[in-house]
Design a protein. Structure first.
Length: 165
C-alpha cells in the first residue's frame, strides 16, 4: 500500500495528490486519459479521507479510505452496485449531448437539461460501460423533448428517445 508522507498537509492539496495517485492511465478507449475518476470524496473522522471511484476501463466502482496524514490506503473494496453520477459526469454528459448533431439544435433552442441518474445501457451496448440518463425539457419545463442515454465510457450518445417507453 502506497505511502505519500511529505506531501502537502492541506486537505485540498492532499486530496488532489491522492486523486492523482489513484488515477491510472489506460492504453485504449475513450477514457484513456482518466480511466479512474473520483466521484465522491469526504473527510472522515480520525483524519481519514473516503473516496468512491469508478474505473471506466473495467466498469468497476471502488471505495477507498486513506489516512490524510500518511497517505496510506487503509481500506480498499469493490463498491456494490452503481454509484450515482458526479456533477462532473453530469456536465460531461450535457457537453456530449451539445456536440451531437441531432440534439445540439434542441440545446441551442433553449432545452433544459435535467436528471443524471446512472442507468443500464440500451440493448446491444456494452454492459460494463457507464450510462447516464439526461432529460431534455422545453424551456418552460412543461414538455419532455428527449430522454437521452449518454455512454460516459465511450463519450457518445447511446440513445435518444422522445419518451420513457
Amino acid at each position: 500500500m502506497p505511502n505519500i508522507a511529505g506531501q502537502s498537509r492541506s486537505l485540498v492539496g492532499r486530496a488532489a495528490f491522492l486523486a492523482g495517485i489513484i488515477v491510472v492511465a489506460h492504453p485504449c478507449g475513450a477514457q484513456s486519459e482518466n480511466s479512474i475518476q473520483v466521484l465522491r470524496q469526504i473527510k472522515m473522522p480520525d483524519r481519514m479521507i473516503g473516496m468512491i471511484r469508478f474505473d471506466y476501463a473495467s466498469g468497476v466502482a471502488t471505495r477507498v479510505v486513506v489516512d490524510e496524514s500518511s497517505g496510506k490506503i487503509l481500506q480498499y473494496q469493490t463498491y456494490p452496485g452503481r454509484p450515482q453520477s458526479s456533477r462532473q459526469e453530469f456536465h460531461e454528459a450535457v457537453s456530449i449531448i451539445g456536440h451531437d448533431p441531432k440534439l445540439a439544435r434542441l440545446v441551442e433552442g433553449g432545452a433544459v437539461t435535467e436528471g443524471g441518474f446512472i442507468v443500464d445501457g440500451p440493448a446491444g451496448h456494452p454492459r460494463n460501460d457507464r450510462y447516464i440518463q439526461i432529460r431534455l425539457l422545453s424551456a418552460d419545463r412543461r414538455n419532455l423533448l428527449r430522454v437521452v442515454l449518454v455512454d460516459l465510457t465511450e463519450r457518445v450518445v447511446a440513445s435518444a428517445r422522445s419518451s420513457f417507453v
